[in-house]
Design a protein around this ligand. Structure first.
Ligand SMILES: [Zn+2]
Length: 300
């Protein structure tokens, strides 16, 4: 049973240009080692503090650590405050299979319901989370969660308010592929830095290679009468494939497929199956191992 303190956080965050405030005692703070701590995901929260700057939150988190705290707090200027390096009580009860206090890093933010997100806070939250997930070797479709999307029973939590999980996963995925996305974990399967130029629009029914860790967006051509479009994704090695459907700029559905060795997954691109309010106009695909994807026309 291992207890993996996240002592690498300051280096990983500073490597992508973020400001880090190490609060005294953070390197040894955490819930007891009687239970494991093996973080493989990040959970975003908001702290429900009063609107505007709430600089007293780190002290509150430290002094109420065993009841209400997380490893990190991000202020409205985008500074990452480190509160604890060990297990923290940030999730409460969660749905089956979702990240727990034992398996996730909690990131609190200086924000409350109905408050606008300061651009500096949101940008830093995305960049820092991308750096953390790169270090962990996990893509956002698997590794980024919101408190409100994991809590049990559903509806018990509303934070972080005003953010869309699918859209944020995509933002973090984009940050992970940038050159400033942070160092990758040496021992694991690091996500490569992007080296390919922007891709031309593919020909109809073209098989597209989706490089490891690099999201690729495919346009969905209009289907001729009597036909529908289908998306197929195939993997030589087992992969968790993140698929985001969009209509224009709007995300209409986001799913994660587990595609086994040499197998493929398929979705019919019909309004009922893939979109809220109509057909998708594009599909973004990413995976940690290379996969191939094609949007094919098939009889309806
Ligand atoms: Zn929360």
């Amino acid at each position: 049973m291992s207890y993996e303190r996240v002592l690498w956080l300051p280096g990983v965050l500073r490597a992508v240009g973020l400001q880090v405030v190490e609060h005294p005692g953070w390197t040894t703070r955490g819930l007891s080692t009687a239970r494991p701590f093996t973080p493989r995901a990040v959970v975003w929260h908001h702290d429900a503090s009063a609107p505007g700057d709430s600089p007293g939150v780190p002290d509150y988190m430290i002094h109420n650590f065993s009841s209400a705290a997380a490893q990190c707090w991000v202020d409205r200027a985008g500074r990452w405050h480190l509160i604890a390096s060990g297990r923290a009580p940030h999730t409460g009860a969660v749905l089956p299979g979702m990240p727990t206090n034992e398996t996730s890093i909690g990131v609190e933010t200086d924000h409350t319901t109905g408050e606008d997100w300061p651009p500096a806070l949101l940008a830093s939250l995305r960049r820092g989370t991308a750096a953390i997930l790169r270090h962990l070797g996990v893509l956002p479709g698997v590794g980024l969660h919101f408190h409100r999307t994991i809590c049990s029973p559903p509806g018990r939590k509303t934070d972080p308010d005003r953010l869309n999980l699918a859209a944020e996963r995509e933002q973090v995925a984009l940050a992970m592929t940038s050159a400033t996305g942070g160092p990758s974990r040496g021992a694991g399967a690091p996500l490569p830095l992007p080296s390919t130029p922007p891709r031309p629009v593919p020909e109809e029914d073209d098989l597209m290679l989706i490089p490891a860790g690099t999201p690729v967006t495919l346009p969905v051509p209009e289907a001729a009468p009597g036909t529908i479009r289908r998306l197929y994704v195939a993997a030589a090695d087992a992969a968790d494939v993140s698929v985001i459907f969009r209509q224009g700029a709007k995300v209409t559905r986001a799913i994660t497929w587990h595609v086994g060795d040499g197998q493929s997954a398929m979705a019919s691109l019909t309004a009922a199956n893939t979109a809220i309010g109509g057909l998708p106009t594009s599909v973004s695909i990413s995976a940690r191992t290379p996969v191939v994807a094609v949007i094919a026309a098939v009889p309806a």
